[in-house]
Ligand binder design. Structure first.
Ligand SMILES: NC(=O)c1ccc[n+]([C@@H]2O[C@H](COP(=O)([O-])OP(=O)(O)OC[C@H]3O[C@@H](n4cnc5c(N)ncnc54)[C@H](OP(=O)(O)O)[C@@H]3O)[C@@H](O)[C@H]2O)c1
Length: 331
């Protein structure tokens, strides 16, 4: 039987969509078929640059095109929910940029819809699929670090202040936690599961989005995690994973690194070098098509239930910080 080549459609040809379109070209069973923008010229330009067959001047036309097999949502966070919902309602498999939605309530609605319609849904948490994360998870699960005790990770950078831009604008889902804090929180979730308690502090902007955030997560069996995020100062962007018998240190930028340092009980520090990461998004794209080929409606490596757990953690942190998004209240 001939191999299925998936026709991808992209919603929102912005910064990250360009990287995604380049990654599609690195895969063997995916191709960029169409792109939709609110602006016809922007869609046309993107289609020409990345050699897409079709372009559309509204998102729904792409969603309803019967030749589109799977859709990547690359808009600001606040639009992920309504666009993913429209895709699922039109029986289109979805890969949505992180965070999947603004809160757990929205994620639950999408999860239920995906299950009812039996249509694939995944959050584009690309770090989950890169070789570094796969290798770390294997080492942790092998037990060479002993019992995990402590995970520490951060992600922060000084973004130029733009009150209308997606990082600072509450109506676009602005704030450090949803944009970059999600990465360290993801690592803690992946390695330690669900915490028993979270204590968070952070500094809010005038518009009441979090400019930075620090949180301590406490788990059963004496496990602790510390995460930090910022969009107004640089953070180390490193991660540490400590067990009773060993330790892993992932240097900057930990969330997309191709190597890490490993220390186990009887040995000195060693560098675990993986293949060079070129684009990096091809791994999540392959996860989507592999799942679709198997008839799955969720990834086994990053299921929507994990996105839901992450959204619930972020809800607890946002509540402690006093961050509330206008759209999320009306779901
Ligand atoms: N995985 C990663 O490494 C990574 C990195 C950066 C960002 N992201 C995620 O990707 C998403 C998009 O980020 P980005 O930096 O690419 O955003 P961006 O360039 O600011 O915007 C992406 C596109 O969204 C569309 N859009 C729709 N409604 C909009 C509105 N009201 N205001 C502004 N744009 C709107 C625009 O396309 P049209 O107007 O042409 O339709 C725009 O080009 C975010 O959710 C972010 O978390 C992921």
């Amino acid at each position: 039987m001939a191999k299925k080549i998936y026709n991808w459609g992209i919603l929102g040809p912005g910064r990250i969509a360009k990287k995604f379109a380049s990654a599609l070209a690195l895969t063997t069973d995916s191709r960029l078929y169409g792109v939709a923008s609110r602006d016809k010229v922007r869609a046309q330009d993107f289609a020409q640059t990345f050699k897409a067959e079709k372009y559309y001047s509204d998102y729904l036309s792409l969603i309803q095109d019967p030749l589109v097999d799977v859709i990547y949502i690359a808009t600001p966070h606040a639009y992920h929910f309504e666009l993913a919902k429209a895709c699922l309602e039109n029986n289109k498999p979805v890969l949505s940029e992180k965070p999947l939605t603004l809160d757990a309530k929205q994620t639950q609605i999408l999860l239920t819809l995906s299950q009812n319609k039996q249509v694939f849904l995944m959050e584009a948490l690309w770090t989950r699929f890169i070789p570094m994360t796969v290798s770390i998870l294997e080492n942790v699960q092998s037990g060479i670090l002993g019992e995990l005790r402590y995970v520490k990770a951060d992600f922060g950078f000084p973004a130029p202040f733009d009150p209308a831009g997606r990082l600072f604008n509450p109506s676009l889902g602005g704030g450090s936690l949803l944009d970059v804090g999600i990465y360290p929180l993801f690592l803690c979730s992946l390695l330690l599961g669900t915490p028993e308690s979270i204590t968070a502090v952070g500094r809010l902007s005038e518009a009441q989005i979090d400019l930075d955030c620090q949180a301590v997560l406490q788990y059963s069996d004496n496990k602790t995690a510390y995460i930090g995020s910022s969009i107004h100062y640089q953070m180390p962007i490193t991660a540490e994973i400590t067990g009773t018998k060993g330790q892993i240190m992932i240097p900057c930028p930990w969330y997309k690194n191709d190597h890490y340092q490993l220390k186990t009980e009887d040995k000195d520090w060693e560098i675990v070098q993986l293949g060079a990461l070129t684009n990096g998004f091809e791994y999540e794209i392959n996860e989507v098509t592999t799942s679709l080929n198997q008839g799955l409606i969720q990834s086994t490596k990053w299921p929507v239930t994990s996105s839901l757990q992450l959204a619930s953690l972020m809800d607890q942190i946002k509540q402690q910080l006093g961050v509330q998004y206008p759209d999320a209240n009306n779901t």
